[in-house]
Ligand binder design. Structure first.
Ligand code: NAI
Ligand code: 15L
Length: 266
């Protein structure tokens, strides 16, 4: 690719992936509403609110691919989720439609299905069961992407990320963790495969206790190599195990299922 756009580049995952994406394109256009820090030689920076239609149109212009990580990433007030995750996504897809429909990786989330139990094994056909407004916004994103595929042929990978961080932080993440290396190899497969379509892809490593079946996307050639199991002893020694009747131990969405609906004036 000549120019790859990375939104949410100042966030936790964006910061971790920026350097790793260096060989994916001649230029990495990094964007966020927050300060992007220093730019590497292969990067160009654009400060942009995803809720600003005109700014997003300019942001997408000239890009051959988009990794969309930007937005609200936890439960929050609806007004904030509305701007970044609903209006922002609509802006991104309209901008893409006007600019040659570059392939998109949409960072969806396991919180689209957070109310399934941890003893259930899901495939991509499982009906949505979001665990909060944040999860609902990711369901909206998946539906929007699917509509743009069916109506216009816009390709998107709907990546339902589990917990993508340096290492798992608790017992639940022994199932949901995805390593940065596995995310990078997934990204490479998504942008290399001749025909992507608009598949749901579960974003977790090759964890012994994973809950999700990716066999429908074997055509991508993605083979996650890491396994959270190597952190089990460390987690068991350092993190208290939740009681079996604690929702954190029952539901796939873990602590998100306990979040309230946040009031606008709080
Ligand atoms: P993060 O919250 O650290 O990063 C999100 C970035 O989006 C932030 O830098 C923020 O400034 C930016 N942003 C928020 N509102 C914006 C707006 N209106 N306009 C432009 N930028 C805006 O989240 P993280 O962990 O880096 O996650 C990245 C993406 O992956 C998010 O979309 C999140 O929902 C998704 N995801 C991440 C998971 C993880 O384990 N890190 C798990 C599941 C999904
Ligand atoms: C998410 O969707 C969040 O963005 C991230 O912060 C993690 O909490 C992750 O899910 C998770 O479920 O562990």
């Amino acid at each position: 690719m000549k120019r790859l756009l990375l939104t949410g580049a100042a966030g936790g995952l964006g910061s971790a992936m920026r350097g790793r994406l260096k060989d994916m394109a001649d230029i990495l256009r990094v964007s966020d509403i927050a300060d992007l820090g220093g730019l590497a030689p292969h990067e160009e920076g654009v400060i942009c609110d995803l809720g600003d239609r005109a700014a997003v149109d300019k942001l997408v212009e000239g890009c051959d691919g988009i990794i969309h990580l930007g937005g609200i990433s936890v439960e929050d007030k609806f007004s904030k989720i509305l701007n970044a995750n609903l209006l922002g996504l609509h802006n991104l897809y309209e901008a893409s439609r006007a600019n040659g429909m570059p392939r998109i990786l949409f960072a969806s989330s396991n919180h689209t299905i957070g109310f399934y139990r941890q003893d259930e094994y899901l495939d991509h056909n499982a009906p949505l069961r979001p665990d909060g407004l944040y999860g609902v916004s990711k369901c909206f994103g998946e539906a929007l992407a699917r509509m743009y595929f069916d109506k216009f042929g816009q390709e998107t990978a709907l990546v339902r990320i589990g917990s993508c961080m340096e290492k798992p932080k608790n017992h639940r993440m022994l199932s949901t963790w995805m390593s940065y290396d596995d995310f990078l190899s997934m990204i490479e497969c998504i942008f290399r495969v001749p025909r992507l379509g608009c598949p749901v892809i579960w974003g977790c490593s090759n964890n012994d206790t994973r809950w999700w079946d990716n066999s429908h996307v074997s055509y991508l050639g993605w083979h996650p190599r890491d396994n959270a199991e190597r952190f089990r002893a460390e987690i068991e020694a350092t993190v208290a195990k939740p009681a079996p009747d604690d929702p954190i131990a029952i539901y796939q969405g873990g602590p998100f299922v306990r979040d309230p609906i946040f009031a606008e004036d709080e």
